[in-house]
Design a protein around this ligand. Structure first.
Ligand code: IPT
Length: 951
């Protein structure tokens, strides 16, 4: 009864026009019934609300600067912590998390949240690390994953997906009924860190308002009380859910201004200006998905995607957007992309790697994009007045080719001025002067804009105990350590810089490092310098607490790390990463990584330093910091992959237990070319390869076997007749009525002379690959419910019908989940798992069909290191074969020889152990000399770490 009452109150709030309101669940009896582990105490409860400027927690404004992370693309929970720590260390205040229905649900009614699917653990980690979470459970997520996150069994459910149709509704309620309570118990309102809940995903092409409304009602009924948000796609579609039936509290917008044109990284703004639209006058502007990488649609390689969305783009587009839109809620897609291991990839747009050209690489390395995120993220989360701004008059630029735009905080009057080229694509380096009326007076401010650069300059800011009148350097961050302000400002290497600070009397200025001129007049202390290396200026007196001003370049600024401790933030400089810091008496206990021998400097109220638990000798510098040095990592030695063993998988294997395939109807809107319906999903086989066996009585007059199979892009199928290999063909991508393709994945195979004899039963065997399921972006079922497997088979000249049987994947491999394995004989028999028997010497040749290869190797990696490894294929031949890569039973991706584009596969720690079994399921389409490969282990990253194996 009580639960119902609370649900009704919350439902009521849905319709309210005034901004709501995380109504916290007040009654502990109610709370207990919803929070079984009752880990959260009343003390930890906070109220989430918002106004037109920002989200608030207990009335305090919050910058939601979040990066997207997909737990399902990293099958190693210990590494979730590693990535989340890296995200936090870059200055992100939150993470956006999709939750993947199909990853948890092998079959209707069956759900699994254990092991690598333990999202409760994921949310606990985010909470421990102090990262806000935008929870995005779909039900539809897109995300270039199989079915767009829908379980493939949904393809056999009647009723249009992504609509209020009853069949689909019953199905998605099952999912939300499981995931919502997990999310609910981690809400900020219950002491956790979930600050917003995203319904659906870019639901704007085909719209059903009742569906959007019902999703929200379900969320509220399941205990979701934080604001509900939505990510509208790209503008211009039918609905953005900002008003009317189905409207959400905070409508957001997805922006991918650079498109996915990775081969051409210098072309900018193909998909628009990337200024996030305000969709609701009472809610903050929300850049729900802002482009922070790209899918590699055209096989350019992810380094090109990283370039397309590199630091220059980030400076110009992100900063322009901050000032033009006034957004205070961001989700950068992706912060870390990861691996679409197993059968996770959606086949038409991506392959195994989902590196995405993101700031953090698939092998968990930090890039120059990471540095840029840090520069912007530290600023966005340090300079509080940016949380509440209105458009303001911008300073005039003497040269109109330099564009200015401004916002200001109505309470503090702090100004934020965007400076960039009027034409963002320009490469010229322009110096000019701004006529700037700041809150502290009118100034002529020199600025310089290099090609493809943008800056956010600040005026009228109470920086710690100081007053910043203006600076043409950008602010990285500032902290207060033992009563002294330490601020880091920066500009491009070689650019002139000036900073004006206000004092009641002339302060004492001591330049500790670098060349900085200072002058004092009418309360203004003016510092002039050239950005170069790291200059240090100590300012004392003048009626204020002391200040250490550190003036760096883009590069030297990015060497700083800001870490929160119980006694406030501290700064660390020099390490490749700083994960966390804790003050224990007069000692700073730092967890940090190095990739080479380096000095380490800390600005903290401490006299001693430990890194990774080990004491580091330090001396006090004239800057008041502690300085020591740290060793780099030891060398990594990797074993060679030798002693391969072999097993052949028989094509017409005589295993019993095949399923008769005799269905004559299907829920799919796509009807087969011939009957029976042979779609793999209709028989419960949703992932990977499927074997078919068709028996018929020939007359001897059969000429051709004509097959249609649908596999998704880059998929293949192989055909045998009476045990004789007839050949292979590329599977189709899409079947449909004309003009799309009435004849998908067609292959015609001549029946060899004399193979079939009149009256003697013939056996046709077909192996069809399923590369993953289409997404449902169009929300019309035509795309999503495209079949996989055989679409039609005709034996020309035959008169007797074919009776069919099918063998496919088992529903789930407990530990590794439903998407790890398909229906190869070896997968069903467990050949991909360590410890299986019956292996022989490799034949040294490839023959058509499926064969298995295996080797064991031992890793002896230096202790206290985080080493990231990969597997590399260096086959220069065009031999027709592909490889499913199993590491200790985990399917870490598919290598397509001669097709590509991927040659290097990331193998995450956790899946990798000290003793490992590497198994290949090789599907060859032709006979060829030699074994598959060569293959080798490669080192993709090596750090001495304060966090062994991410923990
Ligand atoms: C948008 C999706 O919301 C997201 O799931 C992912 O697919 C991303 O883009 C692309 O990687 S879709 C939009 C760009 C049309």
């Amino acid at each position: 009864m009580r639960l119902l009452a609370v649900a009704l109150v919350l439902l009521g709030s849905l319709a309210a026009t005034t901004p709501v309101v995380a109504a916290p669940v007040a009654d502990s009896a109610v709370a207990d019934s919803v929070v079984p582990d009752s880990a959260m105490s009343d003390l930890g409860r906070h109220e989430v609300s918002y106004d037109k400027y920002s989200l608030t927690v207990d009335g305090e404004r919050v910058m939601l600067w979040s990066g997207e992370f997909h737990y399902f693309r990293l099958p190693s929970p210990e590494l979730w912590r590693d990535v989340l720590e890296k995200i936090r260390a870059a200055g992100f205040s939150g993470v956006s998390l999709y939750f993947h229905w199909g990853y948890h649900s092998p079959a209707p009614g069956s759900y699994d949240f254990t092991g690598v699917r333990d999202v409760d653990r994921l949310l606990r980690m985010a909470d421990e690390l102090g990262l806000y979470v935008v929870a995005r459970p779909g039900p539809y997520i897109n995300a270039e994953t199989s079915g767009g996150g829908f379980p493939a069994w949904l393809k056999a459910v009647d009723g249009r997906a992504r609509s209020s149709d009853p069949g689909y509704t019953a199905a998605y309620r099952e999912w939300l009924g499981h995931i919502n309570p997990i999310i609910a118990r981690h809400q900020v309102s219950r002491g956790g860190s979930v600050i917003a809940y995203n319904v659906e995903n870019e639901y704007g092409v085909n719209v059903d308002a009742a569906y959007m409304e019902q999703l929200q009602q379900k969320a509220r009924a399941d205990g979701i009380d934080v604001p509900i948000v939505h990510n509208n796609c790209c503008g211009g579609y039918l609905a953005n859910w900002s008003s009317g039936q189905g409207a959400v509290q905070i409508p957001g917008v997805d922006d991918y201004p650079q498109s996915f044109n990775c081969p051409d990284p210098k072309t900018w703004a193909s998909w628009g200006e990337g200024v996030t639209r305000r969709l609701n006058d009472d809610a903050p502007v929300y850049a729900a998905e802002y482009q922070a990488g790209a899918i590699d649609l055209n096989n350019a390689g992810y380094e090109k995607c990283r370039e397309l969305t590199g630091p220059d783009y980030m400076k110009v587009f992100y900063k322009s957007n901050v000032i033009s839109s006034g957004a205070t809620m961001f989700g950068f897609y992706m912060a870390y992309g990861g691996t679409s291991w197993g059968w996770l990839p959606q086949p038409n747009d991506v392959y195994t790697s989902y590196d995405y050209g993101a700031a953090i690489t698939e092998s968990r390395g930090l890039t120059t994009k990471y540095d840029e995120f840090k520069r912007q993220g530290y600023f966005m989360t340090s300079v509080a007045p940016i949380l509440k701004t209105d458009p303001a008059t911008a300073p005039t630029s003497a040269d109109p080719a330099v564009h200015t735009e401004a916002r200001s905080n109505p309470d503090t009057r702090t100004q934020f001025v965007l400076v960039r080229h009027a034409d963002r694509r320009t490469d010229t380096d322009l110096p000019t002067t701004l006529d700037w009326s700041t809150p502290d007076g009118r100034y002529q401010v020199p600025v310089r804009v290099a090609g493809r650069d943008a800056k956010i300059l600040v005026a009228g800011y109470d920086l710690g105990g100081q007053r910043l009148a203006w600076s043409n350097s950008e602010i990285l961050t500032h902290v207060t350590v033992s009563g002294r302000d330490v601020a880091v400002f920066y500009g491009r290497d070689g650019e002139q810089g000036s900073t004006v600070l206000r004092y009641s009397t002339a302060p004492t200025v001591k330049v500790l490092d670098g060349e900085v001129r200072s002058s004092y007049e009418n309360g203004d202390l003016r510092l002039d310098y050239t950005h170069s290396g790291l200059s240090r200026v100590l300012i004392t007196g003048g009626g204020r607490q002391p200040m250490l001003l550190l003036l760096g370049t883009d590069e030297t600024a990015a060497q700083f790390w800001r870490l929160d401790t119980a006694s406030g933030p501290v700064l660390v400089r020099g390490t490749a990463l700083a994960r966390s810091a804790q003050l224990v008496g007069d000692r700073l206990a730092l967890r940090a990584d190095t990739d080479r021998a380096t000095e380490v400097e800390v600005f903290a109220p401490a006299r001693h330093l430990t890194v990774g638990g080990r004491p580091v000798p330090v001396r006090r510098t004239s800057s008041g910091s502690l300085l020591g040095s740290l060793p780099g990592p030891e060398q990594v030695r990797l074993p060679e992959l030798t002693n391969w063993q072999y097993r052949a998988e028989p094509p017409g294997f005589s295993e019993s237990g095949w399923t008769t395939a005799d269905k004559t109807t299907t829920a799919s809107p796509i009807k087969p070319k011939t009957l029976p319906v042979l779609y793999a999903d209709e028989y419960g086989h949703h992932n990977g390869n499927v074997w078919y066996r068709g028996r018929f009585t020939p007359t001897g007059a059969e000429k051709t076997v004509s097959v249609n199979a649908i596999t998704g892009k880059r998929g293949i199928y192989l055909v045998w007749l009476n045990g004789r290999y007839l050949g292979s063909a590329a599977g189709g991508v899409q079947a449909d009525s004309e003009p799309v393709n009435p004849d998908p994945g067609r292959g015609d195979f001549a029946v060899p002379e004399g193979l079939l004899a009149d009256g003697q039963q013939a056996e046709l065997t077909v192996l069809v690959e399923n590369m993953g399921h289409n997404d449902d972006w169009t929300a019309d079922d035509v795309r999503f419910k495209q079949p996989r497997g055989l679409f039609g088979v005709v034996v020309e000249g035959a008169t007797a019908p074919i009776s069919w049987q099918i063998r496919g994947s088992r529903p789930s491999d407990g530990e590794r989940g439903p998407m790890n394995t398909g229906g190869l004989y070896g997968e069903r028999a467990g050949w991909h798992l360590p410890g299986s028997g019956g292996w022989q010497q490799t034949p040294g040749t490839l023959s058509p069909g499926v064969s298995w290869y295996r080797t064991n190797f031992r890793l002896d990696l230096p202790r206290g290191h985080d080493v990231s490894l990969g597997l590399r294929f260096d086959d220069a031949t065009a031999r027709g074969y592909r490889v499913l890569i199993f590491v200790n039973g985990w399917n870490m991706g598919q290598y397509l020889n001669g097709v590509g584009p991927q040659r290097e596969f990331v193998l995450p720690n956790g899946v990798l152990r000290d003793h490992n079994t590497l198994t290949f399921a090789v599907i060859a389409t032709e006979a060829a000399q030699g074994d598959p490969g060569p293959v080798s282990l490669v080192t993709l990253g090596n750090h001495r770490t304060g966090a062994p194996a991410g923990g």
